[in-house]
Design a protein around this ligand. Structure first.
Ligand SMILES: [Zn+2]
Length: 362
């Protein structure tokens, strides 16, 4: 068990880092179907889920989030596996609890937007609430330290999720998802919406998913001004911009074809982008942060290091000085290699390098 809970860790400006993005990472590795994104891998390959949790802790995550994203009744029903709902949730929670115990990290239960909630349909509110209740109950029975309610595009639905978590008596992190408009789908600006969630008792409020660092940050700054308590920022590591504010809107520059969700890798952030985001988030006082869909341990480690951590993975942080094509200090790097790499990079011609060899310059 960790020495401190979520609220204690965040006290007096403390920070909590969370490596999310399991869903997309499992898809990338060939164990999860893009499109529906149902985490069947929890039942099919629990050993891989355990290993991925361990990898993100190794890279600096303070939290092991049970892989129950989209493990809700509607999603399981949509693929004909409703009977596996409870088993999947309990298995995911058990794996997460075990890894958290082994590594001294926090374990978070996880619920998310249901896809059934509709603003003026009171029945859909009840239905969503019941979906949250069963997952929250399993999370509490599974020994979660807190619950993450994430990826809500409706403030109304997020408030219902928060109410269920509060009734269960566990701390909460509630994050909304901004699409292209700067308002929720029930037309509330995100700073106001986060303030309402904070006032309703959420321990951490903020945004996750959909937007990359560049287009998420302006909203995060507004939220920082509007809220008193800890705020959360979890962008997707994609280079969204004013033309493409979310990773759902990307078009291929050559063909104009939509790229979401299966052809997005050409827009991934690099390490420098993540470092820039982490520095900015830290500077404005974001206490709870991480990366969402598209995250990978090597990107997450960069964020963790900016936040002052030195996770075990830092031992393997890049050192290009030893790289034969760009480095300068490796013991085997000689003048010939330096000239040859210029040739490799097209900076000198074949004739020039031959001439150098003939002249004994290399
Ligand atoms: Zn995401």
């Amino acid at each position: 068990m960790p020495a401190k809970g979520l609220k204690e860790m965040l006290k007096d400006g403390g920070t909590v880092l969370i490596g999310e993005g399991y869903m997309w990472e499992f898809e990338r590795r060939g164990y999860l179907k893009s499109g529906g994104f149902v985490p069947e891998v929890v039942l099919e390959h629990p050993e891989l889920v355990r290993a991925m949790h361990q990898e993100f802790v190794h890279a600096g995550s303070d939290v092991v989030e049970a892989f129950t994203y989209y493990a809700h009744r509607e999603k399981l029903r949509s693929i004909g596996r409703e009977d596996d709902l409870e088993k999947l949730n309990r298995t995911a929670l058990k794996i997460a609890r075990e890894v958290a115990d082994e590594t001294g990290t926090l374990m978070a239960g996880n619920i998310n937007g249901t896809g059934v909630y509709s603003t003026n349909d009171a029945e859909s509110h009840k239905y969503a609430k019941n979906m949250f209740k069963e997952q929250v109950q399993w999370a509490v029975e599974g020994g979660c330290d807190f619950i993450i309610a994430e990826t809500f595009c409706y403030l109304g639905e997020a408030l219902i999720a928060l109410e269920v978590i509060k009734d269960a008596g566990v701390p909460s992190v509630v994050t909304l998802t901004p699409y292209v408009p700067d308002v929720t789908l029930d037309f509330v600006p995100f700073d106001k919406a986060c303030k309402m969630l904070e006032d309703a008792g959420a321990d951490v409020v903020g945004l996750n998913c959909s937007r990359g660092p560049v287009t998420l940050m302006p909203l995060i700054k507004d939220i920082r001004k509007a809220c008193k308590g800890p705020i959360a920022a979890l962008p997707v590591p994609f280079r969204t911009n004013n033309k493409y504010k979310t990773f759902m809107t990307y078009k291929d520059p050559d063909t104009e074809e939509s790229l979401y969700p299966i052809n997005l890798t050409c827009h991934l952030c690099n390490r420098a982008d993540v470092i820039k985001f982490a520095k900015e988030a830290k500077a404005i006082g974001v206490q709870y942060t991480g990366l969402c869909c598209g995250n990978a341990p090597n990107l997450f480690r960069e964020l963790a290091e900016i936040y002052g951590r030195k996770p075990p993975a830092s031992e393997y942080a890049p050192d290009v000085s030893n790289n034969i094509l760009v480095g300068e200090t490796g013991e085997n790097i000689n003048k010939e290699i330096i000239k040859i790499r210029k040739f490799v990079r097209g900076e000198i011609t074949e004739e020039e390098i031959k001439e150098m060899r003939i002249n004994g310059q290399i």
